[in-house]
Design a binder for this molecule. Structure first.
Ligand code: FE2
Length: 123
């Protein structure tokens, strides 16, 4: 929950190092996931159609934020991105073992398409 009582709470003494920024992005992603969970719980907890529509829309915007932050994390830390790809490939292998074909929509989000930018920006 927000704590706005202290107007200086958000101030910082210095800029983040790259490693600290990466950690901050991970924390941001966790915050977005928590928000999705909470908004979704509220959608499920009401029968008010207007509230359901508005809150579900906000929830879905948070999902887009997760995507933005994950892409940022991939750019900032291409090595970590390799682990994401590794995990995705493991799941695809399991799907193959089960004889399940991946839906085409999900293939469009293939993270392996994202590595070029991150590789170019790596310091
Ligand atoms: Fe968000």
């Amino acid at each position: 929950m927000p704590s706005f009582g202290n107007p200086f709470q958000g101030n910082v003494e210095r800029k983040l190092t790259k490693e600290e920024l990466i950690q901050a992005i991970r924390l941001n992603i966790a915050g977005e996931l928590e928000a999705i969970y909470i908004y979704d719980a509220h959608v499920q907890a009401t029968d008010n159609e207007i509230a359901k529509k508005v809150i579900a829309d906000i929830r879905d915007e948070e999902k887009a934020h997760v995507g933005e932050l994950m892409e940022l994390l991939r750019i900032l830390d291409p090595k970590e991105a390799e682990f994401f790809t590794e995990g995705q490939e493991e799941v695809r292998e399991m799907l193959e073992e089960l004889g399940i074909t991946e839906p085409k929509e999900e293939k469009k989000n293939d993270a392996t398409n994202s590595f070029t930018v991150g590789s170019l920006l790596e310091e």
